[in-house]
Design a protein around this ligand. Structure first.
Ligand code: BTN
Length: 324
């Protein structure tokens, strides 16, 4: 159910420049005028400038750039993703917090977001550098009614949604490196970590972790990954508003998810392939110590990597890394 805080935010947002009286808010939200006043104080703590005009009412004078559950809710155009937002200034990993929340029955679409992570994790147990305020570090709890074998398709769907968001900006031209790295100019700007809790034929929940490098400067990218990592700021020489990006990603993800459930993976596949990095080219793959050279044909109907091996045979690969 939508919280009183987010209903209040929606009412004020819809009113735009106009004032809404305390009486009106109190009637619509079924809470006292004192409670309304307390909510306004909370919004101010979040960085909003609220104008309270005697005998007229309240309106937002200035929007906040601080990430919080309120500032993300404000103007978020989704029906179910992000109806519950858990924001923490610092966490070990939003994945960890999200798993905990999922076990405590938080609803489908809950978003866990942090300003910084002290132990951000990537795929294959790699470290994910997540400095304070420099990127989008968030995990989304999904409870899809699909069989567990389809869960990897959610990763490809998420990658497609992020690529679509970035593609709206001139000059970024994002690509997706199978299965889930988002690249700009051949360098990684975002990654996705999907983790699932499931029984044999039923998913209990999935946590989709998204890391997007936004406002790091060159010197803030660790040396060891410098040659293959970037941020939006490094690519465009400007600061990006984190809240807007979070909202756009959540909106795109909700749309893609609904279309995936309705139409199946086929639609995601063709969108993914539009962004596919090095499709049609010869690639090197490795899985553990095994290496292979092949032509990258695209992705299969189930999301597997489709390659043409050196003997001319078409093969599906479910787990491997494409070398840089
Ligand atoms: C990868 O490319 O290896 C996946 C990176 C995923 C990073 C995100 S940041 C938010 C969430 N919390 C984590 O600890 N990891 C994911």
């Amino acid at each position: 159910m939508e919280s009183t805080r987010s209903k209040l935010i929606r009412l004020l947002a819809d009113a735009k420049e106009s004032y809404i009286s305390g009486q009106q808010l109190s009637e619509q939200l079924h809470i006292s005028r004192t409670a309304i006043w307390k909510h306004m104080k909370e919004l101010e703590k979040d960085g909003y400038v609220i104008e309270a005009k005697p005998k007229t009412g309240y309106r937002i004078k200035e929007y906040s750039g601080n990430v919080s559950s309120n500032t993300i809710t404000w103007g978020l155009n989704t029906s179910w993703i992000g109806k519950e937002i858990i924001h923490k200034p610092t966490v070990t990993s939003t994945q960890f917090v999200a798993h905990q929340a999922a076990r405590d029955n938080t609803p489908h679409g809950t978003v866990v977001i942090a300003d910084e992570q002290s132990s951000g994790r990537g795929r294959m147990d790699r470290v994910w550098h997540s400095k304070k305020g420099k990127g989008v570090w968030m995990s989304i709890i999904l409870r899809p009614k699909i069989p567990p074998y389809m869960a990897p398709q959610l990763t490809l769907m998420t990658a497609t949604a992020i690529a679509e968001v970035l593609d709206q900006y001139d000059g970024l031209q994002p690509k997706i490196k199978w299965p889930n790295d988002i690249l700009i100019q051949n360098k990684k700007v975002a990654g996705i970590l999907t983790e699932m809790q499931a029984e044999q034929d039923r998913i209990q929940y999935v946590v989709v972790g998204i890391g997007l490098n936004v406002n790091q400067d060159n010197k803030e990218i660790p040396d060891a990954i410098h040659y293959r990592a970037t941020s939006l700021k490094m690519e465009t020489e400007k600061e990006w508003p984190i809240i807007d990006l979070v909202q756009q990603i959540l909106e795109a993800l909700e749309k893609e998810y609904e279309s995936f459930l309705k139409k199946g993976f086929r639609d995601v596949k063709s969108k993914w392939e539009n962004y596919g990095f090095r499709i049609g080219e010869k690639i090197s793959l490795h899985s553990g110590s095994k290496k292979k050279e092949a032509v990258f044909l695209g992705i299969a109907e189930d999301g597997a990597l489709l390659i043409e091996s050196s003997n001319g045979e078409t093969e599906k690969i479910y787990s491997a890394e494409i070398d840089w």
